[in-house]
Design a protein around this ligand. Structure first.
Ligand code: PLP
Length: 361
């Protein structure tokens, strides 16, 4: 069987060039006589891999020197606890913006550790937009403000970084990391599970301003303290070695094959436009998000008829476009078009949708 076009929200497609390189190096990584899966994380060879991965991430994302890059485990979901444990340390207050399920989970977890307020929410319209934010909405004594930058399930994205003044801004960028340039200096912490746009599952990347490290709450477990990992260059314990290696290959692909994040963004804008233009002109399919807040990465859509949705999902899957069913909490369809999805995959999906519309109306 040939490869399918995989529109999964995560884990998701990886660039074919990366998979091929990993396959080539599977039995013998650069003359070491071992797979990266097998080697000691304390070996010289692996030390080269993790250092390269960090160097590439810093270069591609232009991460300022006063930020630490941490390679952790536990998924973005562990960050929902690590953020408050480490950052809610002065006034034990934090402000959250609720733009979907992940933002809400982060908020609920933080409630266990301090005084947490939801300052804005788009729940009134099924999270189909990003609430308008203003500096005056945040409590001046909040230890941080938390947002979820790209809302994977609902398909919305912040096109503007909220101004929080001196309050550190923390953002979950799990489903948009590496999709376009981002001004890291505007944030206190950025974090992302790798399995959307960077690597297989198992790695969580945290980019944190150095002054925010070192004041964790007393109850913080050692493994949940950023200081532990910052002091040990992400090698306090065994890191997710193989996933870090694949992340390195993906970063090399972005740097050398694509030509950096500006180019990546151009391609992502082009891909998303093909799909959104079709949705805006179709009589059968409709996007569910207000146009100004549409994500480049996750595109939810519906026909408005559950039976027709089910028929479409069945037929589109049989044609080799897989994982297009919407999240179980919202139904309908969702096409996730991360970095590794080729333009041709989106063009072919739209051609299939056009054909389906003609045959079924
Ligand atoms: C997938 C996702 C998560 C959950 O990530 P895990 O690594 O599975 O914990 C959190 N936030 C966002 C925005 C996501 O897309």
């Amino acid at each position: 069987m040939g490869r399918v076009y995989n529109f999964s929200a995560g884990p998701s497609m990886l660039p074919e060039a990366v998979l091929k390189k990993a396959a080539d190096e599977m039995l013998d990584y650069e003359g070491s006589g071992q797979s990266v899966m097998e080697m000691s994380h304390r070996s010289k060879v692996f030390d080269g891999i993790i250092k390269d991965a960090e160097k590439l991430l810093r270069e591609v994302m232009q991460i300022p020197d006063n930020y630490k890059v941490l390679f952790l485990q536990g998924g973005a979901s562990s960050q929902f606890a690590m953020i408050p444990l480490n950052l809610m340390n002065k006034n034990k207050k934090a402000d959250y913006v609720l733009t979907g399920q992940w933002a809400t989970k982060a908020f609920k977890e933080a409630e266990r550790y301090g005084d947490v307020v939801a300052v804005a929410s788009s729940k009134d319209k099924t999270f189909s937009y990003i609430p308008k934010l203003d500096k005056s909405m945040f409590r001046p004594d909040a230890d941080y403000v938390h947002i979820c930058m790209n809302n994977t399930i609902y398909g919305t994205v912040y096109n503007e970084i909220p101004d929080t003044g001196d309050i550190p801004l923390v953002a979950d960028i799990s489903s948009c990391i590496l999709s376009k340039p981002i001004d890291v200096s505007k944030f206190g912490v950025l974090y992302a599970g790798a399995q959307k746009n960077m690597a297989p599952a198992g790695l969580t990347v945290v980019i944190i301003r150095e002054d925010l490290i070192g004041n964790a709450q007393e109850i913080t477990p050692t493994m949940f303290n950023y200081q532990t990992h910052a002091d040990n260059d992400s090698m306090f314990n065994t890191p997710p070695c193989y996933t870090i290696y694949i992340a390195k290959l993906v970063l090399e692909w972005i740097k050398n094959e694509i030509g950096g994040l500006e180019k990546m963004e151009e391609i992502n804008v082009k891909k998303a436009k093909i799909l959104y233009d079709f949705l805006d002109n179709s009589k059968m399919f409709k996007g569910t998000v207000v146009p100004e807040d549409r994500s480049l990465m996750n595109v939810p859509f519906i026909t408005g008829n559950d039976e027709l949705d089910a028929k479409f999902i069945k037929e589109v899957s049989a044609a080799g476009f897989v994982n297009i069913k919407g999240h179980r909490s919202v139904g309908g369809m969702r096409a996730s078009i991360y970095n590794a999805m080729p333009v041709e995959g989106v063009e072919k999906l739209v051609a299939f949708m056009k054909d389906f519309e003609e045959k079924n109306s």
